[in-house]
Design a protein around this ligand. Structure first.
Ligand code: CMP
Length: 144
C-alpha cells in the first residue's frame, strides 16, 4: 500500500516544521493533516493493542499533554509505505535509532520518541480511518 498514518507527539510539536520538511524531502506527500488535542479515551482506543503492556497508561497520558499533528501520508509509486516511512523514523527507541532518522534527531528516549508511524498496511488503514474521514483524505476509508 502506498499510504501510511503518522502522528507528531506533543513533546515534538516544537519541531513540527523541521519534521514536515524531512517527511517531504524523504519522498512522502502529505495527503491530509490536522492538529488536535486528543482525549485520554481516544488515545486508549488508538493504542488498544498495547493495553496489556506495563507502559500503557503513562504512554496514553503523554499523548494528551498538548496538541498532536495527525497526518495521512502518501508515496507516489510507493509500495510498503508504512515500512518505508518507519525507516525514515528510525528505531522506536531514539537511543537505538540510526543517525539522521527522525527519532534520532527529535526524540529523547522510548517515552518521548517524537513520532508515531503505522507498523503495517493493516495498522495504517485502521489508524487512518481512526482519525480521518474519507472526505478529508479523498480516499475511501472504512468509516466513510
Ligand atoms: P509508538 O511508535 O507511538 O508506539 C507505541 C509507543 O509505546 C512507542 O512509540 C513508545 O513511545 C512507547 N513505549 C514505551 N515503552 C515502550 C517499550 N518498552 N517498548 C515499546 N514501546 C514503548
Amino acid at each position: 500500500m502506498n499510504l501510511t498514518f503518522s502522528l507528531i507527539k506533543p513533546s515534538a510539536m516544537n519541531h513540527c516544521e523541521e519534521i514536515l520538511m524531512a517527511i517531504k524531502t524523504g519522498g512522502f506527500s502529505i495527503l491530509a493533516m490536522k492538529s488536535q488535542n486528543l482525549t485520554l479515551s481516544q488515545v486508549k482506543k488508538f493504542y488498544k493493542e498495547h493495553a496489556e503492556r506495563s507502559f500503557f497508561e503513562p504512554m496514553c497520558e503523554r499523548l494528551t499533554l498538548g496538541p498532536v499533528l495527525l497526518m495521512a501520508l502518501y508515496e507516489q509509486n510507493g509500495k510498503d509505505t508504512p515500512l518505508q516511512f518507519r525507516a525514515l523514523l528510525g528505531a522506536t527507541n531514539p537511543k537505538d535509532a540510526a543517525p539522521g532518522t527522525l527519532r534520532k534527531r527529535f526524540g529523547i528516549d522510548l517515552d518521548f520518541n517524537a513520532i508515531h508511524g503505522s507498523d503495517s498496511d493493516i495498522s495504517a488503514i485502521r489508524e487512518l480511518s481512526f482519525f480521518f474521514s474519507g472526505m478529508e483524505t479523498g480516499l475511501i476509508l472504512s468509516n466513510s
